[in-house]
Design a protein around this ligand. Structure first.
Ligand SMILES: *Cc1c(COP(=O)(O)O)cnc(C)c1O
Length: 420
C-alpha cells in the first residue's frame, strides 16, 4: 500500500465524513504545482477553490507570514495591530469604497456573510416598514451559495444543503435573477438584497446584463441594503478587485461587500466592507465580534497577498490568461459552453448520455466527476460544480503556457472517460 493510501485510510478513521473521501494527501506546493504523499506532482488549476491567488509558497507571502509569526501572532480584539489597520486601508483603497467606509475582519466567507446578515437585521430595525415594523426579509438569488453556517446557509439556495438543518434563521426569500422578480419582491419589508456578481459554486454564472445595476437602483429607492458577496469573485479573481464594479454604473457601490477566499492567499481571512458612514454605524460596539478575526498573522498574509497582486500586475494576468484559456478550451471537442471571468472559468461538457444530461449519475459518478478523476491521473487538479460542469480557478500567477498544458491534455482525458 502506498504512503498515500495508508494516510487516506487513517483519515477515514479519524476525520468526520462531511467531505466524503478526499482523493489525495497533499504535502507540498511551489508556484502553480502541488505534490502528493507519493511524490506525484500536479498542475493546480483549482488553487484551494479560488484561494491561493499567489500560488503555493510565494516567497513574498512566506516571508511576510514567517516574520509576523516570529513577532506577534495573535492578540484578540481587545487590542489592535498595525496589520489590521493597514490591510483595512488597502482594502478600502483598491476597491474604491466611498468615504466613511469601514472593514470588519473575520475568518471565513461564511462568517463574513453572517456579519452582513446581522448588518441587514440592524438596517431593518433602523428603517421600519410603512406600519412601523422592522424590515425582516432578505432577498437572495436562486442557485446562490453563501456558506454553511446557519445564517449564511439560510441565504444559500440549494435545498440539499438547507433542508437537513431547518429551522434556519427566518425571512429569506430566494428569487430568480430577473428584473420582474426583483420589482415584485422588493417591498418595504425587505432589509437587504444579497447577490454574488458571479455565482461560482453554481458553475460560474454571471448575473444577467443589467441585473446588478437594477438591484442597486431599486434597493436605494426602496430603502434596502445591497450586499454583494465577493467571497469567490473578489480580490482579483475575475481580473478586478470587485467583480461587481463592471456591472454597476460608474460611481455606484454596494452598501456592503464580503470577502474571503483569495484575500489571505491561503491563510483564513474573511472581511466585510461597510460602505459609507450610515451603513458603518449600523453595527456598534458590542454588537458583533470574533476572537481570531483580524489577528496579526492573518493580516500579514492578507497584506502580502494584496501587495503582491499589485506588484506583479496579477489582475491583468488573470484577465489575459483567463481569456486565452477560455478561447482555447472552446476549441476542444466535447467542450460546450465556457464561461470566463478572469481566472474563474466554468466549462460545460457535452453530455455523453441522457443520464449525465439529467443530473442523475445514479449508476456511478456523473461525467464531470469522472473527468476530474481522469485529469487528476494525468496530473491536473480541478473540480466539478455539477454533473457536466467543471470549474477552473488556478493561481493568478499562472502563465498561458502552463494553462496550455491542460488544454493540450484535455482531449485525451475526455477520451479515456468516454472509453470507460
Ligand atoms: C466559498 C464561498 C462562501 C463560504 O466561504 P467559507 O470560507 O467556505 O465559509 C460564501 N460565499 C461564496 C460566494 C463562496 O464562494
Amino acid at each position: 500500500m502506498s504512503n498515500q493510501d495508508e494516510l487516506l485510510g487513517e483519515y477515514k478513521e479519524h476525520l468526520l465524513g462531511v467531505f466524503g473521501d478526499p482523493s489525495l494527501v497533499l504535502v507540498s506546493g511551489e508556484g502553480v504545482h502541488v505534490t502528493d504523499a507519493n511524490g506525484k506532482r500536479y498542475l493546480d488549476l483549482l488553487a484551494g477553490i479560488a484561494v491561493n491567488a499567489l500560488g503555493h509558497a510565494h516567497p513574498a507571502w512566506v516571508r511576510a507570514v514567517s516574520e509576523q509569526a516570529g513577532a506577534l501572532a495573535h492578540i484578540s480584539n481587545l487590542f489592535t495591530s498595525p496589520g489590521s489597520i493597514h490591510l483595512a486601508e488597502k482594502l478600502l483603497k483598491v476597491t474604491g469604497a466611498p468615504e466613511g467606509s469601514h472593514v470588519f475582519f473575520a475568518n471565513s466567507g461564511s462568517e463574513a456573510n453572517e456579519a452582513a446578515f446581522k448588518l441587514a437585521r440592524r438596517h431593518g430595525r433602523a428603517h421600519p416598514d410603512a406600519q412601523g415594523r422592522p424590515r425582516t426579509r432578505v432577498l437572495a438569488l436562486e442557485n446562490s451559495f453563501h456558506g454553511r453556517t446557519m445564517g449564511s446557509l439560510s441565504l444559500t439556495a440549494k435545498a440539499a444543503y438547507r433542508e437537513p438543518f431547518e429551522p434556519l434563521p427566518a425571512g429569506v426569500t430566494h428569487i430568480p435573477a430577473t428584473a420582474e422578480a426583483l420589482e415584485r419582491q422588493l417591498d418595504d419589508t425587505v432589509s437587504a438584497v444579497i447577490v454574488e456578481p458571479v455565482q461560482g459554486e453554481a458553475g460560474v454564472h454571471g448575473l444577467p446584463e443589467g441585473f446588478l445595476a437594477l438591484a442597486r437602483r431599486l434597493t436605494q429607492e426602496r430603502g434596502a441594503l445591497l450586499i454583494v458577496d465577493e467571497v469567490q469573485s473578489g480580490m482579483g479573481r475575475t481580473g478586478a478587485w470587485l467583480a461587481a464594479t463592471a456591472q454597476l454604473p460608474r460611481g455606484e457601490f454596494p452598501d456592503a461587500v464580503t470577502f474571503a477566499k483569495g484575500l489571505g492567499g491561503g491563510f483564513p481571512v474573511g472581511a466585510m466592507l461597510t460602505a459609507g458612514p450610515e451603513v458603518s454605524a449600523l453595527l456598534g460596539a458590542g454588537q458583533h465580534g470574533t476572537t481570531f478575526g483580524g489577528n496579526p498573522l492573518a493580516m500579514a498574509a492578507g497584506l502580502a497577498t494584496v501587495t503582491t497582486l499589485e506588484n506583479e500586475n496579477l489582475l491583468v494576468n488573470a484577465r489575459e490568461v483567463g481569456a486565452h484559456l477560455a478561447q482555447r478550451l472552446r476549441e476542444v471537442p466535447g467542450v460546450g459552453e465556457v464561461r470566463q471571468y478572469g481566472l474563474l472559468v466554468g466549462v460545460d461538457l457535452v453530455a455523453e448520455n441522457t443520464e449525465d444530461a439529467e443530473n442523475a449519475g445514479t449508476s456511478g459518478d456523473p461525467m464531470a466527476q469522472r473527468v476530474v478523476a481522469a485529469a487528476r491521473e494525468a496530473g491536473f487538479i480541478l473540480n466539478a460544480t455539477g454533473p457536466t460542469t467543471l470549474r477552473l480557478a488556478p493561481p493568478l500567477i499562472i502563465t498561458a503556457e502552463q494553462a496550455d498544458t491542460f488544454v493540450e491534455a484535455l482531449p485525451h482525458v475526455l477520451k479515456t472517460v468516454r472509453a470507460r
